[in-house]
Design a protein around this ligand. Structure first.
Ligand SMILES: [Zn+2]
Ligand SMILES: [Zn+2]
Length: 325
């Protein structure tokens, strides 16, 4: 591939080393309704990466040539009300890397300085590409207090499994994971879940109540985007507890809102990662080895075989898939 010629003064050019595949990339690959409405072709996809800075625009001060970087994928305008009140992750004029502009499934990528994250040189580069989804897990887990508390994680896709490790590292317990796919239950177990429940084959609610001495869980982390999983969380949460929702639902769900009101629960919608508070937290967890991403990265595949990676994601028989470029 040719090296992109034009570089804006606030951008850097990166030689991409590793790129991981996100659920969003899979939706674009499958060209679902959301992708058809959102993506303007032709466009390069992908947003989770690590790589080396090989050129910097003239106003860039954060990094220099040779630095090993990754990036936040929500590109904020830095000027709107949200940006100016410490909420860049919910910028009113947000652009997303690999969704609204060219992404990083390429040898070279242009990325604006505002989203760059300088990696610790000791962090393995394949792990560095997975920090963005790890940030989703960290933001979800830290949206409420979990230390010394019981946690139910509904959905054990890669981010749900990361949340198991993060919750454990922050002192939560017991950690209960509900999931219907065997491969994912197994991965959750390997990543430190204390209890597994499979609503497809057992009475998940009774089991959760037994585990929590019939009190319910202090925190629910919704990672599935599945209506019945969400309602299991609503039913299982203890009065005064909280539910943090990262899962995206393809349709509206019906829920017993009065039960939530009478239980005095708090609900948090989670999107992206706090910039850059979440990045500092995840970096601390990674660099002090409280989190081991190699238990979640199940496949590292040469970029030429990208199709194999997407196929594995479609089958759901993988944790995180990383492409080596
Ligand atoms: Zn992602
Ligand atoms: Zn903004």
């Amino acid at each position: 591939m040719d090296i992109p010629e034009e570089l804006r003064e606030d951008e850097v050019l990166i030689k991409v080393k590793y790129a991981s595949i996100c659920g969003t990339d899979l939706h674009i690959y499958q060209w679902n309704e959301w992708a058809q409405n959102r993506i303007k072709t032709p466009q390069i996809g992908g947003h989770e990466f690590s790589g080396e800075v090989i050129k910097v625009g003239k106003n860039v001060k954060l990094v220099e040539v040779g630095d090993f970087v990754s990036a936040e994928t929500h590109i904020p305008c830095t000027r709107c009300k949200m940006c100016r009140t410490g909420n860049m992750h919910i910028c009113l004029n947000m652009e997303i890397l690999g969704v609204d502009r060219d992404g990083i499934f390429a040898e070279y990528a242009r990325v604006p300085e505002v989203v760059l994250w300088k990696n610790d040189p000791s962090l393995p580069q394949h792990m560095a590409s997975v920090q963005e989804p790890l940030g989703n897990a960290v933001y979800t887990v830290t949206s409420g207090d979990v230390s010394g508390k019981s946690v139910l994680i509904t959905g054990a896709g890669p981010i749900g499994v990361m949340a198991v490790q993060v919750a454990k590292a922050l002192g939560a317990g017991p950690i209960i994971v509900s999931e219907v796919k065997d491969f994912r239950l197994d991965l959750a177990k390997k990543n430190g879940a204390d209890y597994l429940v499979n609503p497809a084959v057992e009475d998940a609610y009774s089991k959760i109540m037994d585990i929590t001495q019939h009190e319910g869980v202090d925190a629910v982390l919704e990672m599935s985007g599945n209506e019945s999983a969400f309602n299991l969380g609503m039913k299982s949460v203890i009065p005064g507890g909280h539910i943090s929702i990262l899962g995206l639902f393809d349709k509206n769900v019906s829920l017993d809102i009065n039960a939530g009101v009478f239980k005095n629960i708090t609900m948090y919608g989670i999107t992206g990662r706090k910039m850059f508070e979440t990045w500092y937290k995840l970096s601390s967890l990674l660099n002090t080895k409280k989190i081991d991403l190699d238990k979640i990265i199940t496949d590292v595949i040469p970029f030429e075989n990208w199709q194999e990676g997407f196929d594995k994601m479609e089958e759901g028989k993988c944790g995180k898939v990383v492409l080596e470029i």
